[in-house]
Design a binder for this molecule. Structure first.
Ligand SMILES: [Ca+2]
Length: 229
């Protein structure tokens, strides 16, 4: 690649990924006098398809540390974001191989107190795993940063019922779901008042559920909530 894309700040935070048909390069850009996140597609032969690039995030204060990966028919750009004006957070945005920005200025991936920074991103199966360095939210008094990870999903994972069986005073059913997420299974007799029937930890699939309180109710309704961890 010989064509210049932009004025770069020269420090770390430039990422590159391939969709199999083209590339997306992302960087920290200084053209507006502060650092923003920009991107440009490259053809397989290195031709710059988006000359001068396009903005991914231009919110107030500085953004940096841009990185990118590809999966599920989209690029996912991840960066460190100081838009709060107080401390750094981690934001992400999808860019299609056609160059469409699906999440202008991004969505928050990690925005707890303190600085989250040094983001990394990879794709596995049906979702993205973002990692970053930051204070441990479970041990806020500990001043040592930890490497932490969070799943990034833009659609709730699919749920597939695989069996339902009525037993004496009980209903037993099985669900197959995305194993990377936790679930909360609730039951109701009137679709208004819901009580927890079972919590399902990540990486438990299929989920086997047994409701043993069916004797007194004329009807039982079940729902499954995706618990974002
Ligand atoms: Ca923060």
């Amino acid at each position: 690649m010989t064509a210049g894309l932009s004025d770069l700040s020269g420090d770390a935070g430039t990422g590159l990924a391939s969709s199999g048909t083209n590339y997306l390069i992302v960087w920290k850009d200084l053209r507006e006098g502060k650092t923003d996140i920009y991107a440009a597609r490259l053809a397989n032969d290195g031709e710059v398809l988006d000359l001068n690039g396009f903005a991914v995030c231009t919110t107030p204060f500085d953004q940096g540390g841009a990185t990118v990966t590809y999966g599920d028919n989209t690029y996912l750009v991840l960066w460190r974001d100081h838009r709060s004006g107080d401390n750094d957070d981690i934001y992400a945005a999808r860019v299609t191989p056609q160059g469409n920005l699906l999440d202008p200025d991004g969505i928050a991936v990690a925005a707890e107190p303190g600085n989250q920074w040094q983001p990394g991103i990879a794709f596995w199966g049906s979702h993205f795993l973002a990692v970053y360095e930051g204070p441990d939210p479970l041990r806020p008094a500990n001043s040592v940063d930890r490497i932490q990870g969070v799943w990034v999903a833009f659609q709730p994972p699919s749920l597939v019922p695989t069996s339902v069986r009525w037993e004496t005073n009980a209903c037993k059913f099985t669900l197959r779901a995305d194993p990377a997420f936790a679930y909360l299974i609730e039951v109701s007799t009137n679709l208004t008042d819901w009580t927890t029937l079972k919590t399902v930890a990540p990486f438990t699939s299929p989920m086997e559920v047994r409701d043993t309180n069916t004797a007194q109710a004329a009807q039982r309704f079940y729902r499954v909530k995706w618990v974002r961890e």
